[in-house]
Design a protein around this ligand. Structure first.
Ligand code: ADP
Ligand code: MG
Length: 254
C-alpha cells in the first residue's frame, strides 16, 4: 500500500513550496515512484514544478456534466472517463502529477464523481508514495474510501495566525474520519531560533515540531523566473532544511 504524506495549513504559509521541496527530495534520492496530488482548488503545484497544467480532474467533470452525450458513440462512458483521466496525469521523469482542480459546482455530480474518485484511488495504487498538497479543509483526503494518512505535515509560517490555523486543522481531524497515523509541524520562513511566545502557542496545540525552514531568497528567485523548485541547488538553505526534515519523516513512517 502506498505511504501517504499530506500537507495542510493556512493559505500562503508555504504548503506548495514545501510540497515541491519534498518532491525534490524524493527525486534526488531516487525514492519512488511518487504521485504528487495537487488537491488545492487554487492549484499551483504545477507552477512551482515548472509544469504547464492544461487540464485538471475538475475540468473533466465539468466537461462531462456540460455535455454528457459527448461520449464517442460506441464507447462506454466509464472507458471514456478513464481515457480523459489518463490525459490529466502528467508524467515526469521522477514523479507524476495529478491536479484535482475545482471542486464540483451545482447539480448532481454523484455518478461522475464516484467514477473519478474510483479511478484516482486505482491510480494511486501504482505508487510507493503519495504526496498530497491540500487546502485547509482537506476535502480530497476525506473523500477517499480509506482515509488513511501516514504523515500529516501541518505547515505554518512564523506567525501566530498560521499556528492557530494549524491548531484548528488538528482539532478537526477526528470529525473528518481520517485515520492519521502521525502529525508533525513545520515552521516555514522561520528565524534561527523560535521565540518563546511562538513555542508556547505551539505547545498548546500539542503537535511536535518536526523542523523549521528558513526564508530562502534563491527560492524566490526561482519563483520569479518560473523555474522548477526541483532544480534548486543542493546547498540552498530551504533544501538543506527539507533534507533534514525528510530524514525524520522517513524515520517515523517507514
Ligand atoms: N522558505 C521560503 N523562503 C522564501 N519564500 C518562500 C518560502 N516559503 C514560501 N515562500 C514564498 O511564499 C509564497 C507562498 O508560498 P506557497 O507555497 O504558495 O504557499 P501556500 O501553498 O501555503 O499557499 C510563494 O511566493 C513562495 O515562493
Ligand atoms: Mg498552495
Amino acid at each position: 500500500m502506498s505511504k501517504i504524506i499530506a500537507l495542510a495549513g493556512k493559505g500562503g504559509v508555504g504548503k506548495t513550496t514545501v510540497s515541491s521541496l519534498v518532491l525534490r527530495y524524493f527525486s534526488k534520492k531516487g525514492l519512488g515512484p511518487v504521485l504528487a496530488v495537487d488537491a488545492d482548488p487554487n492549484s499551483n503545484l504545477g507552477e512551482t514544478l515548472g509544469m504547464d497544467v492544461l487540464k485538471t480532474v475538475g475540468d473533466i467533470r465539468e466537461d462531462f456534466m456540460k455535455d454528457p452525450q459527448g461520449v464517442p458513440s460506441g464507447m462506454d462512458k466509464i472507458v471514456y472517463l478513464e481515457m480523459l483521466m489518463n490525459q490529466v496525469l502528467m508524467e515526469q521523469k521522477t514523479f507524476d502529477l495529478l491536479v484535482m482542480g475545482r471542486q464540483e459546482g451545482q447539480g448532481c455530480y454523484c455518478m461522475v464523481n464516484n467514477i473519478l474518485n474510483r479511478f484516482t484511488e486505482e491510480l494511486e495504487k501504482n505508487y510507493k508514495y503519495l504526496l498530497v498538497d491540500n487546502e485547509a479543509g482537506m476535502e480530497h483526503l476525506s473523500r477517499r474510501t480509506s482515509g488513511k494518512v501516514d504523515m500529516l505535515l501541518l505547515v505554518t509560517d512564523y506567525a501566530l495566525r498560521g499556528l492557530r490555523a494549524v491548531g484548528r486543522i488538528n482539532e478537526m481531524l477526528d470529525s473528518l474520519k481520517l485515520s492519521v497515523s502521525n502529525v508533525g509541524l513545520i515552521v516555514n520562513r522561520a528565524p534561527a531560533e523560535l521565540g518563546k511566545v511562538f513555542l508556547d502557542e505551539a505547545d498548546k496545540i500539542g503537535v511536535q515540531i518536526l523542523g523549521t525552514i528558513p526564508n530562502d531568497d534563491t527560492l524566490l528567485e526561482f519563483d520569479m523566473e518560473r523555474r522548477s523548485l526541483v532544480e534548486l541547488p543542493d546547498d540552498s538553505p530551504a533544501v538543506l532544511a527539507i533534507d533534514k526534515l525528510m530524514e525524520k519523516v522517513f524515520g517515523i513512517i517507514n
